[in-house]
Each structure stands twice: as structure tokens, then as C-alpha cells.
Ligand binder design. Structure first.
Ligand code: SF4
Length: 528
């Protein structure tokens, strides 16, 4: 909520902010020292604006029916038990002073606080500090889902029972570990000033509806989150300290990794890595593999293409998948795996299926129905941006699925498990069920084929298995010059506001996604 102003001068103590923990070290360097102009990404801007709106919604919900004190300067009278809001334009040093005064006074909630410690080389702006029986706990608000089927154990409570840290058990998405490193950062800062709860509790309010707090024991886990925070902090301090001395050269050079896809420096790093044919560009190679390969003198994908799978170099055993990916990259095409059968599941009616969502809610289900006499695109859509709109789409789609099941002469193709996941969640949310199967998963098991998985088992891709990578390798190209799920979020926001051109654009985009799947199947059948 409060813009972080990390200490970033040429002298003085390097101070690390909570959002930097667990980040790619090269990104930490570039964010601070790279003066190259970053192009403004409208998708990122839109997501930031949506995130702010979500934070405002959480704050409104938290303060509903309360009379908070609003502080604009230190020395404001703060009553024990009264929530405190620190005004947005208060400067950093005053914000810190007010935060301390509020905790000394026993404010029940502190919104917009700030903490720092030179000895920890840390600074942080926790969205919320909440007073528990035995001290304060930090809570951060995130505009992404926090709870998932697998991950780190947490206790979940509703927003109006926020101080109840012993709610129902759930799991925190493991791929959101940086959220937990961030609250560990705030907990350490609270501990430094003597106000941390000794149970090491911190919370995250994700984008779940209704709003919930996920409470985590930061001292738990193997290794404990606080231990992981300590290591991440050490790395960030090192990278930042060295970066100050050599701003033109990151202490840790770019290595292509999962995080790159959403990094503002992706184009910059990708160009640098492509220019040297860097081995990390192979999807099978992790940053840890890269380190070992570089030590063994293997730095390029072309070198990898010439290696024997299973051969050992400097103690590192070369994985077959990496060599195959390197060979596919050398030819710029899909490489057929040896001994695989290319007979696709087939039926009289073949249906390519793809959904579009916004904030996890379904608004468009595209169906390209191929029958013996021809093919037709049938979109099921709604543009109100409401829960009842999602319900209509899901109800019509389930009717279609029930019909497919009863006819029993069709196979539905989709790309990845995304459709299953979203339909499962939407069915739960909307209280809708299929007539023809006990669950969404059971229906998919019986009538659908995950084309992504099917392709992955039979072909090696030079650059991963997204539809946007695979379809062009099979000769398909999108009509829109800027296709992508992220861009479609912007188009949907416009479409909901009544922009018919963007509505049409989304329909065409979805139609092309299902046509891309059909093109892949045609290409596969031509290889048989
Ligand atoms: S693009 Fe990748 S390697 Fe480069 S800074 Fe971002 S995350 Fe790091």
C-alpha cells in the first residue's frame, strides 16, 4: 500500500525490502542499478492497478463499522484497541515513528506501517500489523490466490475473526513462497523492535473470496521459513553491495529460469542469453544445473546437443531430455521421441475446447466442433463480469458436456489441466454439478484428451510446451499480432465496460486458440 523507498544511495547501509526476498539475484541488481529504460507493460500496469483496488477492498472490509484514528504525523493521540491508519503521504521516517508509537499504545490494527533496522539491513512496509494476545503479527495483502491443493500448512480464518490464528487447516501454494519470505522479513523487523509475537505467526490475505487470512508459523517447515529468509536476505545484501561497486555488471549473471516469464527484464536478459546461446535457455536446465554445467565447461545449447545422454562431465551427468531439447532447438522444430505411437484419440465428433477467465472466474468457453460435414465455432460467453454471468456460462457448458456424454461419439481436446482446475473451482463456487458424471474430473477422464500432455509424451519441444510455442511449430499463426492470456485481461476489462471491438477480439482470440489445437492435431496426423 505504501511505496517502498529502499535506501539506495551510493553510500550508507544497503537496506533490503521485503519484496526483494527470494527474487532472482540478477533482477535485484537490475532493479536497483540498470539505467536502461524499461518499456511500460500495459498488462503489468493493469495488474498493479487491480492489486491496489484489491488492497483497498480489503482495507474497507477490515475497517467496516470502525472509527480508526488517522495519523499524519508522530505524536498523534492513539487509543489502545483502536485501529490506526497512517496517511498515504506521510514521509518514511515519520511513518516509522508513528508505527512504533502505535505499537507502544497497543493499537489493535496498524495500516500503512513501516519498520527498518540498519543492523538487519532490512526495511519493510507491512500492509497490516495486527495485535495478538502476545505481540504483533504482520499480514500482507496479495492479489493472487494463496490457498492451493498442495503446499505449506496454514490455518485459515475469515477476515472478521482475523485474530483467531487457529482456524481450519489448509495449504499455502508452494510457488508463492516469496509471500512468506516477505512476512518473515516483517516478523524479523518486529522482533528487532521488541513487538513480534513469540509464536512466529504471520499472515497473508490472498485473492480468495470471501476474504480470508492464511496464518503461517514462520518457524515451521524444513527448512523453516525464517531460515530461508535469512539465506535470501544474505544473498540480496551481497548482490546489492557488489552491485553498488559494479553497477554495469550484475554479481550473478542472468540464468534463464521460471521467474523470467514475468520479469520486467525478460527481453533484456533473453537477448543477452540468446546472443551467447546460453545453456540455461533449455527448459530442462535449472539454475542449479546451469551452475554445474558452467563449471564443467558446457555453456551453450549447441555444445549440449552434441553430448551423449548419461555421459558425465565434471561429476555432472547429462540428462537425455536436455540433449533432446538442444537438438530440437538446433533444428527449430518438434523432435519426435523414439518408439512413440502417434495415433490420437479419435471420434466421429472432435471438439477443441478452451476457456477464458478473469481473476479466476470463467467468462468464455470456446468449442470448435468438428463433425463429418464440417466444423463450427460455438462460444459460450457472458460479458457482465458478475458471478451470475459465470453461473450462466458454466450451466450452459455443463449441459453441452452432458449432451456429449449421452451421445458418446465425441472426444474433447484441451490444452493443460487449466480447464479442469477452473471448472472444478467454478462448479464448487456456483454449486453446479454435471448430470453425466460424479465430478468434473470424472467427466474429463471419460471424454477428454489433454493434448498438451499427449504432445509432451511424443515430441520434444525446443522451448517448452505452451500452445503459443507448439502451434507455430505446426504451421499455425494467430490472427491477433499480440496474442496472450495476459493481454486478454486488458481486453476483457474493456469488453465489460461495453467495448464491442474488444469483445470481438476476445472471441476471435479464443477461436484461434481452439483452431491452434486443431492445427496441431492435423500436423500430428500428417506425421503418422
Ligand atoms: S529475466 Fe530472468 S534472469 Fe533476467 S533478471 Fe529477470 S528473472 Fe533474472
Amino acid at each position: 500500500m505504501v511505496a517502498m523507498n529502499r535506501t539506495n544511495e551510493e553510500t550508507g547501509t544497503v537496506m533490503i525490502g521485503g519484496g526483494e526476498l527470494g527474487r532472482c539475484p540478477t533482477r535485484i541488481h537490475h532493479d536497483r542499478y540498470n539505467t536502461a529504460e524499461r518499456t511500460t507493460d500495459p498488462v503489468v500496469e493493469h495488474r498493479i492497478a487491480e492489486g491496489r483496488r484489491w488492497e483497498d477492498a480489503v482495507v474497507s472490509a477490515l475497517l467496516e463499522g470502525m472509527q480508526p484514528t488517522v495519523a499524519v504525523e508522530p505524536g498523534t493521540r492513539i487509543d489502545s484497541g483502536t485501529p490506526l491508519v497512517i496517511a498515504g503521504d506521510v514521509r518514511s521516517s515519520d511513518r516509522e515513528a508513528i508505527t512504533l508509537e502505535a505499537m507502544q499504545a497497543g493499537a489493535s490494527l496498524i495500516l500503512g506501517g513501516r519498520l527498518s533496522s540498519e543492523s538487519l539491513q532490512s526495511v519493510g512496509a507491512p500492509d497490516i500489523l495486527v495485535r495478538l494476545d502476545d505481540g504483533y503479527a504482520p499480514i500482507d495483502v496479495k492479489h493472487h490466490k494463496a490457498i492451493g491443493p498442495l503446499g505449506i500448512p496454514v490455518r485459515v480464518t475469515s477476515l472478521d475473526q482475523m485474530e483467531d490464528v487457529n482456524g481450519t487447516t489448509a495449504t499455502f501454494r508452494a510457488n508463492r513462497i516469496n509471500d512468506l519470505l516477505q512476512i518473515a522479513h516483517y516478523w524479523k523487523l518486529l522482533d528487532e523492535v521488541g513487538f513480534a509475537n513469540p509464536r512466529h505467526l504471520g499472515g497473508i490475505i490472498g485473492a480468495e473470496t470471501p476474504m480470508i487470512v492464511a496464518w503461517v508459523d514462520l518457524a515451521a517447515g524444513r527448512p523453516p521459513i525464517l531460515e530461508r529468509h535469512r539465506e535470501a536476505l544474505q544473498e540480496a545484501v551481497l548482490v546489492t553491495t557488489v552491485g553498488r561497486l559494479q553497477p554495469d555488471e550484475p554479481f550473478i549473471k542472468a540464468v534463464w529460469r521460471g521467474e523470467c516469464r514475468s520479469c520486467p527484464w525478460a527481453d533484456f536478459c533473453r537477448a543477452e542469453l540468446e546472443a551467447i546461446d546460453h545453456v540455461s535457455l533449455l527448459p530442462a536446465i535449472t539454475p542449479n544445473d546451469t551452475e554445474q554445467l558452467l563449471e564443467a565447461g558446457i555453456s551453450t545449447t549447441s555444445a549440449m546437443a552434441n553430448l551423449e545422454p548419461g555421459s558425465v562431465h565434471g561429476g555432472y551427468e547429462i540428462a537425455e531430455e536436455a540433449t533432446l531439447q538442444a537438438r530440437a532447438r538446433a533444428t527449430g522444430s518438434l523432435l519426435r521421441r523414439s518408439g512413440v505411437d502417434l495415433a490420437l484419440p479419435a471420434a466421429d465428433t472432435e471438439i477443441d475446447f478452451d476457456i477464458e477467465t478473469y481473476g479466476g472466474s470463467l467468462y468464455l468457453a470456446g468449442l470448435l466442433i468438428h463433425e463429418p460435414h464440417g466444423a463450427a465455432f460455438r462460444p459460450i460467453s457472458e460479458w457482465s463480469g458478475t458471478a451470475s454471468g459465470e453461473r450462466r456460462v458454466l450451466r450452459d457448458l455443463f449441459e453441452f458436456f452432458d449432451d456429449v456424454a449421452e451421445r458418446n461419439d465425441a472426444v474433447v481436446y484441451h490444452w493443460t489441466g487449466y480447464e479442469r482446475t477452473i471448472l472444478n473451482e467454478a462448479a464448487l463456487r456456483q454449486g453446479l454439478t454435471l448430470r453425466s458424471a460424479p465430478s468434473v474430473d470424472a467427466w474429463f477422464d471419460e471424454h477428454a484428451c489433454d493434448l498438451w500432455w499427449w504432445i509432451k509424451q511424443r515430441f520434444v519441444s525446443p522451448n517448452g510446451y505452451s500452445l503459443k510455442v507448439i502451434a507455430p511449430l505446426c504451421g499455425f499463426h494467430w490472427r491477433d499480432s499480440d496474442p496472450g492470456g495476459a493481454q486478454s485481461e486488458l481486453w476483457y476489462a474493456d469488453a465489460v465496460s461495453g467495448d464491442d471491438a474488444q469483445r470481438l477480439r476476445l472471441l476471435e482470440y479464443n477461436e484461434d486458440d481452439v483452431a491452434a489445437q486443431a492445427a496441431i492435431r492435423r500436423w500430428v496426423r500428417a506425421q503418422e
